[in-house]
Design a protein around this ligand. Structure first.
Ligand code: QAP
Ligand code: CO
Length: 162
């Protein structure tokens, strides 16, 4: 088990596209353990492997108050979405910055579990936001990319970037 270093903006590695997981082996289990340890230590509610410079399609999440509901999404893909919601998001890779982002309200996500078994989950509210936010990371997208140019500039200035 290990707490891993989290990449922060403007590290260009955050723009890397993650590749699908093919081997559901012990190394993957170790990665997932380390992602949880890193996320809970932060603390955060979601973490994509991209954020710790591992460019495989692996996401961990726990949106519960009690921190007793770990969720793992391997090779996640949104297969249905509808409606809109606006949620004030943050990100461990964008420390101290929060901004409202518009996303789908209801989604259906296809993914695999740690054993490689295919699953589907319907989600709404915060869980749907978190899944969309983390899948974005796997595509090299951070929540700032959803903001207007002006709001993004303000955020980058607050971060001391540029
Ligand atoms: C993504 O974000 C998310 O700036 C997960 O100083 C956020 O865990 C999905 C965090 C909101 C849905 C809604 C951010 C911790 C944690 C910070 C996080 C910070 C310390 C962010
Ligand atoms: Co994030």
């Amino acid at each position: 088990m290990a707490v891993l270093d989290i990449l922060t903006i403007p590290n260009p590695k955050l723009k890397t596209k993650a590749v699908p997981v093919i081997d559901f082996n012990e190394q993957l289990e170790q990665l997932v353990e380390d992602l949880f340890e890193t996320m809970y230590a932060a603390p955060g509610i979601g973490l994509a492997a991209t954020q710790v410079d591992i460019h495989q399609q692996v996401v961990v999440m726990d949106i519960s108050e009690e921190k007793d509901s770990p969720r793992i999404f391997i090779n996640p893909k949104i297969i249905e979405q509808q409606g809109e919601q606006i949620y004030e998001e943050g990100c461990l890779s964008v420390p101290g910055i929060y901004a409202k982002v518009k996303r789908a309200n209801q989604i259906k996500v296809h993914y695999q579990n740690l054993k490689g078994v295919h699953q589907e989950l319907e989600a709404d509210g915060l869980l749907a936001v978190c899944i969309q936010h983390e899948i974005d990371h796997l595509k090299g997208v951070v929540f700032l990319d959803h903001l207007s140019l002006l709001k993004r500039k303000i955020a980058l200035k607050k971060l001391g970037v540029v």
